[in-house]
Design a protein around this ligand. Sequence first.
Ligand code: GRF
Length: 216
Amino acid sequence: MRRRVAILISGRGSNMTALIEGARAYDFPAEISVVVSNKANAAGVAKARAAGIPVEIVESRPFGKDRAAFEKALQIVLDQRSIDLVCLAGFMRLFTPEFVQRWHGRMLNIHPSLLPSFPGLDPHGQALKAGVKVSGATVHFVTPDTDAGPIVIQGVVAVKDDDTAETLSARILAVEHRIYPAAVRLVADMRVRIDGDRCVTEGAVAPDTIMIAPGA
Ligand code: GRF
């Protein structure tokens, strides 16, 4: 049976779209059962509706700092839809440790850096400031710490000397759109086991590729 996925968004929803499109593959082991936005006017809401995916709006603003109350409202939606897996895709709201614990091993996030480098805000700016020559994106299970948790999959791009946060972000976004559906496929196929702080992937093939940046 296909695993039932909820995608949580707050913004433009490009990763959401990549997941919706990925899940259309005939052999995809999960279905996108609902998109939940904590902002009614998020651009991703219209995109999800246009794609024919049920949308639920659970506004976070009325709950103010009462995160637990917001999560209760969210949990009701997830229960109603019998959700197996939650995918955070540009969801700009922190969870309580209790909520994270409840979804332990069943909640994924994507972050546009090679974690554990550059967690938090402005990861592209952080990468440029640090002068790293490669960066990328990470899909990981969610733990109480922000942008931490066992890593499911990563993808890498070269960082160029003349990159700005915008150009680097665009190149990394293309990686994000590939790795998020791939991560959900691995997790929904039950090929990913959490072993302490890391993930072990059954039948994983490590590409025998070296990328050197800058090139000669
Ligand atoms: C992405 O860069 C994602 O990695 C980060 O927030 C951004 C969301 O973009 N967590 P989108 O809404 O998926 O287009």
